[in-house]
Design a protein around this ligand. Structure first.
Ligand code: NAD
Length: 312
């Protein structure tokens, strides 16, 4: 396969590069290093990197014309400043359109989009079925949902994977790196009173490999279907670091952009793709912590900040 990965220097993208390269696939990454890091993609046979933004239509077109990908994984996304709607819209909407149009012209065999579970907004029911209405409430989720909608309108052979929190090497968002870094530095923490779920990176990579090779089409929830409180995550980090707390951690109500429970129903994914996560909640969290022990936490990002007038 000739796989073009947008956002390939990011957390998920770089793990995919590492998994796909040993199988002899040729890979081209387009990344502007907004939240990704160049050093995670050292020179390797079979890997090329174009530094630039998917918002740059000429750059995207050149990359597709020169590389002629057979497959695309579209993972580039902007989210790091929740108040910067313009950047989110440019990358997640206009950038996605550029990638879709170039992929159509290149005649790619399969186009995989990485979508956020936040596309559903505040869910009416949990676990969230795949046909749940989409009512995104943050700039990140609104723009990602528009991007996914353009992909769905195209005549590409596409699949959009709506992801729970994928936990693995280089994770730089959410409670796991935050608790790890703060507790290690002796700083206080609080737990938002919310429920989330975590899918192990190896399970995610296995699913992407399956979708690259198989006939998956349309939208799929990628999840364990099993929710856990943020306090449960906190307790595992405390235990892992052997920290002694002098008082119980405060549990606080979810903030404006926060959704009380995000747990996806993976029924369609399991039924049609025969995929089941192999790693459970606690081992998944502990594998990330063990990775931080060796490599440290590099960055911590958040995309929370919402309109409270919608999605309630
Ligand atoms: N990690 C998760 O648990 C999770 C959950 C839901 C959805 N997703 C989706 O998966 C994809 C990858 O997420 P991630 O967690 O690896 O985040 P990430 O920030 O590590 O990766 C995103 C990559 O996109 C790059 N990028 C941003 N704007 C760009 C632009 N204009 N042009 C080119 N590259 C650009 C960044 O530099 C980064 O390398 C994203 O589309 C995200 O919405 C991830």
């Amino acid at each position: 396969m000739r796989v073009l990965i947008t956002g390939g220097a990011g957390c998920l993208g770089s793990n995919l590069v590492e998994a796909l390269l040993p199988h002899g696939h040729e890979i081209l990454v387009i990344d502007n290093f907004a939240t990704g890091r160049r050093e995670v993609l050292p020179e390797m046979p079979g890997l090329s990197v174009v530094e630039g933004s998917i918002v740059d239509r000429a750059l995207v077109n050149d990359a597709f014309e020169n590389f002629r990908p057979s497959h695309v994984v579209h993972g580039a996304a902007a989210y790091k400043d929740p108040a910067d709607w313009h950047s989110d819209a440019m990358t997640n909407v206009v950038g996605s359109i550029n990638v879709v149009e170039a992929a159509r012209r290149a005649g790619v065999k399969r186009f995989i989009n990485l979508q956020t579970a936040l596309c559903y907004g505040r869910p009416e029911r949990v676990p969230i079925p795949i046909d749940h209405p989409m009512r995104p409430i943050t700039s990140y989720a609104i723009s990602k949902t528009a991007g996914e909608s353009y992909i769905a309108m195209s005549d590409l052979p596409w699949a959009s994977l709506r992801l729970a929190n994928i936990a693995g090497p280089r994770l730089a968002i959410g409670p796991i790196p935050t608790f790890y870094q703060r507790l290690k530095a002796g700083q206080g923490c609080f737990c938002s009173d919310t429920i989330r779920e975590f899918v192990d990176m190896d399970d995610f990579v296995r699913l992407v490999e399956r979708v690259l090779e198989g006939p998956a089409s349309g939208v799929y929830n990628v999840s364990t279907g099993e929710g856990h409180s943020i306090k449960e995550v906190f307790d595992i980090v405390v235990d892992h670091l052997g920290v002694r707390l002098d008082r119980p951690v405060p549990i606080v109500s979810p903030g404006a952009g926060d959704v009380p429970a995000v747990v996806l129903d993976p029924a369609r994914t399991v039924r049609e793709l025969g995929w089941q996560p192999r790693n459970g909640f606690e081992p998944t969290i502990r594998r990330v912590l063990a990775w931080y022990d060796v490599h440290g936490v590099t960055d911590i990002y958040s995309h929370l900040l919402a309109s409270d007038r919608l999605g309630r």
